[in-house]
Design a protein around this ligand. Sequence first.
Ligand SMILES: Cc1cc2nc3c(=O)[nH]c(=O)nc-3n(C[C@H](O)[C@H](O)[C@H](O)COP(=O)(O)OP(=O)(O)OC[C@H]3O[C@@H](n4cnc5c(N)ncnc54)[C@H](O)[C@@H]3O)c2cc1C
Length: 423
Amino acid sequence: MAGAGVVALGWGVQARPSARLDAVFASGAHLTGLLAGYGVLVMLVLMARIPAVEHGVGADRLARWHARGGRHVLGLVAAHGLLALCGYAVHTGTDLVEAVDSLLRYPWIAAACLGALLFGVVGVTSAAAVRGRIRHETWRRLHLLSHLAVAAGFVHQLAGPDLSGGVLIAWLWSMAHATVAVVLVWYRLVVPLRRALRHDLRVAEVVEESPDTVSVLMRGTELAELRAEPGQFFRWRFLQRGLRSTALPFSLSAPVHDDTLRITVKVLGDHTRRVRRLRPGTRVLATGPFGALTAHRRTRPKVLLLAGGVGITPLRALFETLPGGPGDLTLLYRASNAGSLVLREELETIARRRQAALYYLLGRSDDAYDPLAPRALQALVPDLAAHDVYLCGPPAMAQAATASLIRAGVPAGRIHSEDFQHA
Ligand SMILES: Cc1cc2nc3c(=O)[nH]c(=O)nc-3n(C[C@H](O)[C@H](O)[C@H](O)COP(=O)(O)OP(=O)(O)OC[C@H]3O[C@@H](n4cnc5c(N)ncnc54)[C@H](O)[C@@H]3O)c2cc1C
């Protein structure tokens, strides 16, 4: 917001007040164009995978900010185009169709139209109604078009009237774009490649945990340097046919130990089916660690870990490592039946060793008895309101559990969750 204020201030300093209609349109177009240009840079930084930002804010929250901000940027781009068109039509005394025709002859307007069109494609394919119908990979590739759109927008801004006449502002604008480009290349390309070369991570073993869940153990060198914390996740690119082109997010299901990383994966679609068939020795490129569901979020001595389904993975790692004495930790693990519980032996061993409470909440989500209702939770965890809660599970379960916890007196700020749908 502060950055948007500075941009608006820059616009205010440059603006020449006029009551003429074409000047009012032009001035509005100028402001919305500058704000849209600034907005896309913020959107890119949010998704640049900067470890400090990912760790401090959380990847799921960043993705939600990016989605919300993206809608505002699209609105600003549309408003900028419309205001500029109206301003030109009023100034030249032409109708809107003639104005479009003559404006398209300017190369910097053609660049703007290309950028706006690409942003439109990115926006439409990200709308919930469309995104749910296309493959994640298709959506991701279309989303990459936004980089081309930003480049087209930058050309438009430098060559067009928005920045002309202001050497200082044009220089600052170019520096801002260059900085964001360097940050993106650094964190999304250079860092992962350097890490891959340094750690030489490879699949060591794939272990069947349940009929539809496997754990993948990976070994490398100097893995302590990654400083991965329990509760965090990486984006994993397995260099095996069918998995090379995608980086899948999976949480660590155990703390880093003896140069070994472990993830536990539920088979849901094409990629996770291939993960199950990974061969030992397969090279792995891992970017991360990401995520803020770590011990740093904790504010109280007592902690409740609340897992639903495969959401047990980050909580399993935290259950072993969160500091605490006997009675401080409780793990509630929701699953439809005993057969779908994974890592059960490990959880029970940890619970015994740490004198922590462990309860399985079994049953289908449409059963009459709801084990996540406020009273049911309070019966299992009597001083519930005095706990920090770490929550990870399917979106519907996480939403219902959050509402119950709040009704049971846990302040929203003490409910720390990871969303497996957004990152
Ligand atoms: C932060 C985070 C941590 C996760 N940790 C675990 C874990 O420990 N264990 C586990 O089993 N699952 C985890 N998931 C979910 C896991 O990433 C998806 O289930 C998996 O990518 C599905 O891939 P698929 O192609 O087999 O399934 P599909 O049926 O193609 O997809 C199933 C769901 O996963 C989403 N998805 C697919 N590919 C990606 C991708 N590259 N990036 C983001 N989302 C994608 C789809 O949009 C869809 O909602 C995590 C997700 C996130 C965001």
